[in-house]
Design a protein around this ligand. Sequence first.
Ligand code: FPP
Ligand code: MG
Length: 337
Amino acid sequence: MKTATFFDTISQSTPPALLEQMGQFLVGVEEELRVQTNSRVKTVEEISRLTLDGGGKRLRPALVHLAARATGREFDSSRTQKLGAAMEMIHMATLIHDDVIDDAALRRGRPTAFSVHGNTASILGGDFLLARAMSLLAQDGDLPIIRMVSEAVVELAEGEVRELELRGILNLSKDDHFQVLRMKTAGFIECCCRLGGMIAGATEAEVNALGEFGHQLGMAFQIADDILDYQGDPTKTGKPLATDFVEGCATLPLIELLPTLRPEQIAWLESLFSKEAHEEELRNLADLMNEHGSVARAQMEAENRIQIGRQSLCRLPESAERDLMCAVAEFVVQRES
Ligand code: FPP
Ligand code: MG
């Protein structure tokens, strides 16, 4: 039976056999995730399942598998499945923790673990998923992989704390902002792409090419996410409008807007930044970003990064898998949710 995934909708030119293979791979990942989210403690299982059933594109495991396939080498696909699931569980853990940090009631249009089970149980539920992921990595037993993933998790945690340090700074520099994006998002997506290459036994040059693609994809992904925060339709994104602004996180659309504003407009922003604001004010801000071209400039940054990422993939043999990775990258910067 055909197993449709989001890959079927993003690329018309992908051979049906590859789409079918990706569908089967992702079914296997889902089964693994279900097994790994079992717990003898009811609340732990509920928190894990709430996050699992919240859905998501399973982009990280898909990248692990696609990266391995894009090397053109033979590999053990049960490893991409298990380690891909481990990467998704780490991602799930970070989102559970992130929702506690942000007091977020909704994610993907559904109640967060934080809103259902509260702060303490959610933090511990996230810890459980992280530990289960590490256990999968230990069972696989590949030390260079364990070292790389552990380092990526260290960077993730540091990135989130760095973002906290920079909260409330309206005139944040692009350098500081990009450092946060690299640490909290791009580093981990880079790690997923490298992981696929390592599972397939790729050369260092091939793993680096996959890593460069993953880095650029991750940066573009987070920039697109930050644009959607202001420009997305909340019924599609599943999150309220301009939460980054309300939380005092300056992201690229805002950083690009600031130099174009008159002093009285900056004073207006200062009076609103990092506070609960009326939706109408937030809509005015989102419109201003459009009028002043700051959304377009942020979008251009994301698209340029995708182009650089595509170029680095040219260092791998031509294949349908390589093309599908590029289609994933295009989708990421065009998505509406
Ligand atoms: C979502 O980004 C959050 C992240 C990319 C990283 C979160 C990382 C942590 C909470 C720290 C590390 C945690 C563990 C378990 C190692 P966002 O807040 O920009 O996006 P959103 O709009 O989806 O919330
Ligand atoms: Mg968040």
